[in-house]
Design a protein around this ligand. Sequence first.
Ligand SMILES: Nc1ncnc2c1ncn2[C@@H]1O[C@H](COP(=O)(O)OP(=O)(O)O)[C@@H](O)[C@H]1O
Ligand SMILES: [Mg+2]
Length: 286
Amino acid sequence: MSIELRNVNYFYSDNLINSYQALDNINLTINDGDIVAIAGETGAGKSTLAEIIAGLLTPTSGNVFVDGANIYANKNKNEKILAKKAKQKIGMVFQYSDRQLFEETVEKDIAFAPKEMRFSDEIIKEKVSCAMNLMGISEDMKEAVPYNLSGGEKKRVAIAGILSFSPKYLILDEPTVGLDAFYRDEILKLILHLNKKENTTIVLISHSMETIAEIANKIIVMKGGKILKHDTVYNIFNDKKLLNEAKLKQPKITAFLKKLKDVGLNVKTDIIKFDDGVKNIIEALR
Ligand SMILES: Nc1ncnc2c1ncn2[C@@H]1O[C@H](COP(=O)(O)OP(=O)(O)O)[C@@H](O)[C@H]1O
Ligand SMILES: [Mg+2]
């Protein structure tokens, strides 16, 4: 099963005269079990693409299929029911948490989606408490007003509110921005756990090449509303021409290995994960 985009275009428009093409003929398949990163400079169209994949923004033209169902189909009642069902398999954590949080307490916010999906009260309680545990949200935060929380706390509540309905496809738009280092690492661990143990497919927008190198297996590189390349992390990070064009960088460890090589240490220069790089340097020094 998979998410498929076929000939997707998206125009933002204030009125008929002013419109701006944010996505330009996107064709894309995201396979079950992938952790795919979306990378590209600000304005490349990453968030727009993510919201279209998540079923939140109707393409101006083109189609999006989730496990074979067209999630924007609305010709008749049957199509609409199938589309709604398919959309419920997807959860999206927004770049800005304020867009996600709207209930009057933290607990209500986290319980919102499972309630919408009409789970029993008992199951809802269990799902909420499980999501709170995963995000390190303490019992005494339950009654807090989301609006009054710090940026990092809001982010954790927003993520908990998505985890509470265990989506099969999880889309995260810069989830670690504004978080303390501790929670950043926790979220990355959680993403890997969900992917490996719960078989959750992950779409991750990130500006951190190191984060992408650590956890993703594929990267979609975007520029000016187009996909420049969709390939393995290894192939993307070793394509210098592409990285330049998209204004992206190699992970720091890769650049560091290159510098060591230039001064005569016999290391590999195509390693992208930090731990692998360290191992290689130690071997070269022996
Ligand atoms: N609500 C909007 N109205 C008009 N233009 C928008 C809107 N949201 C985004 N855009 C424009 O669409 C382009 C892509 O934006 P976005 O998908 O947010 O890019 P990214 O997430 O890669 O920074 C940008 O040029 C941005 O200015
Ligand atoms: Mg964005």
